[in-house]
Design a protein around this ligand. Structure first.
Ligand SMILES: Nc1ncnc2c1ncn2[C@@H]1O[C@H](COP(=O)(O)OP(=O)(O)OP(=O)(O)O)[C@@H](O)[C@H]1O
Length: 334
């Protein structure tokens, strides 16, 4: 149902000289969806967000934002707001003056929200008349969000919005984003915090060296995932351990006890094998008190990806060193 897509990107490619920052990326973001972009450093997240904000244009591919095809000229589509690489703020002005400056730059129209209203919304009302110079990173992030909210965007694009936020600031920002999404605003955000992405986003795109290696609902990622480690707390740890050791497709993680204490059993398994083990434990009249993945499916996918990338880089480095050594030998032999 393309009509409701806030973002429709197909085969987006963006290069900076020899560096391929994005390599044929597809992205669909529906109306009212909070979509997370995750990936290791240099994966292309900021580049993609910059394209959505009209700060750069793609070299190839098609991009539609809020139903508007994005051309080759640098310009933001109406109804889009946000920031990449931190919000641009004037340190010598107060929070309120910063927002007033933005309003006078853009011109007030019927859609502009009130300055006091957005400052309250992001929890900065008390410090509205303090200079931004003295603001913490988390306060600047919140002011950046307030600046984006001024235009009542239909697509909000945020690069690492939780950077520097303490737990209460984070809760506050999550509430704001959830409320916006409930009202129909689409949000695309990048984050290195998997817990944040899991708490906020219904869909996620995982980027690795410019390619989208997964895009879809978090639940699908969990279902597709490889074996995960699970912590299992039962009423009889010794018997549960014995059952786990005998169960097909289940491996007892031997250093689990070191991490969590002997009461907790850590097993590694795919979901069907885990299900069989839990059923067996319960049939043996052992109560299951707690069952949780040691790391979430998203974090596991992210870690696996990072490890894969590191192995690839090691192989490439090794290949280069071998070639250099070969060339050295050839030159010495001449
Ligand atoms: N303006 C630019 N000029 C040259 N190279 C760039 C530019 N912007 C990005 N790159 C390169 O493009 C690739 C993707 O960068 P990008 O900043 O989009 O990644 P990222 O996923 O946001 O990384 P991080 O998590 O570190 O912020 C990197 O190799 C980066 O060095």
């Amino acid at each position: 149902m393309d009509a409701v897509l806030a973002v429709r990107a197909r085969g987006i490619t963006k290069c900076f000289g020899d560096v391929v920052a994005l390599d044929g990326v597809d992205l669909d973001v529906t109306q009212g969806q909070i979509h997370g972009l995750v990936g290791p450093n240099g994966a292309g997240k900021t580049t993609l967000l910059g394209l959505l904000l009209g700060l750069a244009v793609a070299d190839a591919g098609t991009l539609e934002i809020l139903g508007v095809p994005v051309g080759r000229a640098l310009s933001a589509v109406d109804g889009v707001a946000g920031f990449v690489d931190g919000p641009g703020l004037y340190p010598s002005l107060t929070a309120r003056q910063n927002l007033a400056a933005l309003v006078s730059l853009r011109g007030r129209d019927a859609h502009t929200a009130g300055i006091g209203e957005v400052l309250t919304e992001v929890g900065l009302r008390e410090v509205a008349d303090d200079r931004v110079r003295g603001f913490s990173l988390g306060m600047r992030q919140r002011l950046g969000l307030a600046a984006a909210l001024l235009t009542r965007p239909r697509l909000l694009v945020l690069d690492e919005p939780s950077n520097g936020l303490d737990p209460s600031g984070k809760r506050h920002v999550h509430r704001v984003l959830n409320r916006l999404a409930a009202d129909g605003t689409s949000v695309v955000l990048s984050s290195h915090r998997m817990d944040d992405v899991e708490a906020l986003c219904s869909e996620v795109t995982i980027l690795a060296t410019g390619r989208a290696v997964f895009s879809g609902p978090l639940a699908k990622l969990a279902a597709e995932n490889r074996e995960l480690e699970y912590r299992l707390l039962t009423s009889d740890p010794t018997a549960a351990r014995r059952l786990a050791a005998e169960a097909e497709g289940v491996r007892v993680v031997e250093d689990g006890g070191t991490r969590y204490g002997d009461e907790v059993l850590v097993v590694r398994a795919l979901v069907p094998a885990l299900d069989r083990l839990v059923s067996q434990v319960v049939r043996s009249e052992i109560a299951v008190r707690e069952l949780a993945p040691v790391v979430s499916p998203l974090e596991a996918a992210f870690l696996a990806l990072t490890e894969q990338q590191e192995r690839q880089e090691q192989r490439e480095q090794q290949g280069q060193s071998e070639q250099q050594a070969k060339r050295g030998q050839q030159e010495a032999g001449r």
